[in-house]
Design a binder for this molecule. Structure first.
Ligand SMILES: [Zn+2]
Ligand SMILES: [Zn+2]
Length: 255
């Protein structure tokens, strides 16, 4: 399996996933058409599928242009029927899809929207706007309870799982995370590395689940330091995971 990251729009990433045995490829979240078509041509692959993580325009905006040139299946959650252009294969939790000889498991992870899925190819997770490097998506259609449940499931994936998310938001996410956990060494070290990469325009995605567990505040609702900061500076009284999560999400929305 070969994964090619394609920068799209201002800060989106699409991913071309290629089965190297058969030359069949899938494009995850084509935000726009032309750069995706160019890359498909350059890689000389056969596009079999579009994999949309959710209906937002910055993840589906290229579907129509791509479909005008390639006869491909279009996958997305069944709740997004009518919202994902060209959807042919509505999905649900536990479904499996195939791209050439590659297989991916479908995980239903609502919270950002009520039709959000992730595609798991072996140890490569394509998680759209649910889990970001050091962050998570806003709660546009779902609840804090749903998002916490979705993130908790992703967190249980193997530590070496590669996290291919939908946006390059890492630096700002880490700067926010450090306001909650100023003594987390892994966090300050990662921010230093990320600043160096971004100053050269280099992508900080993918990350690994191990790094996310060490640095992502939205997976760290049990951190003593985060809870202490929230109690002291932000009037948190209830340290139930969902209340800690809700408070962090709310602070990030206004950061
Ligand atoms: Zn979105
Ligand atoms: Zn997005």
């Amino acid at each position: 399996m070969k994964v090619t990251q394609i920068p799209l729009l201002r800060d989106n990433y699409g991913y071309l996933v290629v089965c190297e045995d058969t030359g069949e490829a899938a494009i995850v979240d084509p935000s726009e058409g032309e750069p995706v078509l160019d890359r498909i041509a350059r890689e000389n692959v056969h596009l079999g599928a579009i994999l949309n993580t959710h209906h937002h325009r910055d993840h589906t905006g290229g579907n129509t242009v791509v479909l005008a040139r390639h006869h491909a299946r279009v996958y997305g959650h069944r709740n997004d029927q009518g919202r994902i252009p060209g959807l042919t294969n509505p999905l649900d939790e536990g479904d499996e899809i195939q791209v050439g000889n590659l297989r991916a498991q479908v995980r239903f992870i609502p919270g950002h929207t009520n039709g959000h899925v992730a595609y798991l190819f072996g140890h490569s997770l394509f998680c759209g706007d649910t889990l970001f490097v050091a962050g998570c998506g806003r709660l546009f259609e779902g609840t804090a309870e749903q998002m916490l449940a979705s993130l908790s499931r992703l967190q249980q994936l193997p530590a070496d799982t590669l996290v291919y998310c939908g946006h390059e938001y890492t630096q700002k996410n880490l700067e926010f995370a450090l306001t909650l956990e100023p003594n987390n060494r892994k966090l300050s070290e990662k921010l230093e590395r990320v600043r160096a990469l971004r100053s050269q325009g280099i992508a900080t995605v993918p990350s690994t689940m191990a790094e996310e567990i060490q640095t992502n505040p939205f997976l760290r609702w049990d951190s003593q330091e985060i809870q202490a900061t929230l109690r002291k500076n932000h009037a948190l009284t209830d340290t139930e995971p969902v209340e800690v999560f809700r408070k962090i999400r709310d602070l990030k929305d206004h950061y």
